[in-house]
Write a protein that binds this ligand. Structure first.
Ligand code: FES
Ligand SMILES: [Fe+2]
Length: 397
């Protein structure tokens, strides 16, 4: 568990023509996953689950948080947390761990004033501050700051809540502002969650293999080939990959303009200056490290690649659908190939995962024009892991 990892082992060159991929060990070793959980996943914005984990409620997290005083427990990568709606609609997130002897404070979705710990009755207000605890009256140096609940960073965007369990690499808006700017005509409040089968699945492959595949357009003409594949539904020659600091966008025009976005929904830069009939098939947004927000004329498909602590070669694949246009939503599989593309990717990643574990997987290279997305992702993983690691688990070159 405490194997010393050297940055030399997984250095990814910023220059794509020189760069090698992360080594296969980064996709199969428990040590590397542990390192990622303590670095990448502790300092970035992760999508909170869409439902609370409490037994008595399957209500959507955001619906359960409508009123002042409402609170909802949930788990994120095994960490117990709860969300709390306070005065003036302010949303807070706290560890669901009492500061006395660590019992969970909120056991089910509820609404109320003071939070009272079920174990020995310690009380906290909606801001997570220690209020009172009978039996603790004649104490020295009590309460201390650590008797309050720690504030966990939280932010909301449309129907989504994002949480950073440690100090984030950057403010939330820096992760999503480019995506926000791309869809000025879409009201995220109008999105309606639609329950579908297979929303939460455990699938083959390390979480990075899913993200790598997502950032890879090179495979579209092979894995999603025609007839009837994504390669037919889009104009592949128009495919663009835009790389930003913590997010990336891929998009292409629809082969059939009927299947594209109305111009008014997207930023003007997506119009073709020469041919006004061209319409964007989809905006595929990747938010580092593991959330994808896929905007289609029918709505949004949100996919999250959650690592599973202790299982580096498996991923909890979250798959949530939101309708913007109910009619088009019904055609999301026939016209926009939503399930088909997903199934093709999951199958391919399962095979790649077996390759990574085979002992025969050398470090690969990146095609300079075709694989800017995968290279960007590998480099960002390397940078984030190496700049946030402690020397006890990581040594420099
Ligand atoms: S664990 Fe909460 S009051 Fe003791
Ligand atoms: Fe794909």
């Amino acid at each position: 568990m405490n194997k010393i990892l050297s940055t030399r082992e997984f250095f990814v060159d910023p220059e794509i023509t020189r760069a090698e991929s992360l080594p296969s060990s980064a996709f199969v070793d428990l040590e590397f996953l542990d390192l990622e959980l303590g670095t990448i996943f502790a300092h970035t914005w992760l999508l909170a689950p869409q439902e609370s984990n409490s037994q008595n409620s399957l209500a959507a997290l955001t619906d359960s948080l409508g009123k002042t005083g409402s609170r909802v427990p949930f788990n994120l990568l095994g960490k117990p947390l709860f969300l709390q709606r306070g005065q003036h609609g302010k949303l807070s997130c706290f560890p669901n761990v009492c500061t006395h002897a660590w019992h969970p404070l909120v056991e089910s979705s509820s609404i109320g004033g003071t939070i009272i710990c079920p174990q020995h009755g310690r009380q906290f207000d909606n801001e997570g501050r220690f209020v009172a605890h009978a039996g603790f009256e004649k104490m020295e140096g009590f309460p201390k700051k650590s008797d309050n609940l720690r504030n966990v960073q939280v932010d909301e965007w449309g129907p989504w809540i994002f949480v950073s369990t440690g100090e984030p690499l950057a403010y939330f808006h820096e992760f999503v502002e480019k995506a926000q700017q791309s869809i000025p005509g879409i009201r995220l409040e109008a999105l309606r969650r639609q329950r579908v089968d297979g929303e939460v699945r455990e699938v083959d492959g390390n979480w990075k293999q899913h993200a790598w595949n997502y950032m890879d357009n090179f495979h579209i003409r092979f894995v999603h080939k025609g007839p009837g594949g994504l390669a037919d539904a889009i104009d592949l020659s128009s495919y663009r990959t835009e790389l930003y600091k913590f997010s990336a966008l891929q998009w292409a025009y629809a082969r059939d303009e009927e299947n594209g976005f109305e111009h008014r929904l997207l930023a003007d830069r997506f119009r073709d200056g020469k041919d006004n009939s061209k319409r964007v098939f989809a905006l595929w947004w990747f938010i580092f490290p593991n959330t994808t927000l896929n905007f289609y004329p029918w709505g949004v498909s949100v996919n999250v690649y959650m690592p599973i602590p202790g299982k580096p070669d498996r991923t909890r694949f979250l798959w949530y659908q939101y309708a913007l246009d109910e009619d088009k939503f019904r055609h999301r599989n026939s016209t926009w190939l939503n399930e088909q593309v997903d199934a093709e990717d999951i199958e391919a990643i399962s095979l790649v995962s077996a390759g990574a574990k085979s002992g025969f997987a050398p470090r690969g290279r990146f095609a300079p024009n075709e694989e800017t997305g995968p290279h960007w992702f590998h480099r960002l993983v390397y940078e984030t892991v190496s700049s946030n690691s402690q020397t006890s688990t990581l040594t420099g070159v």
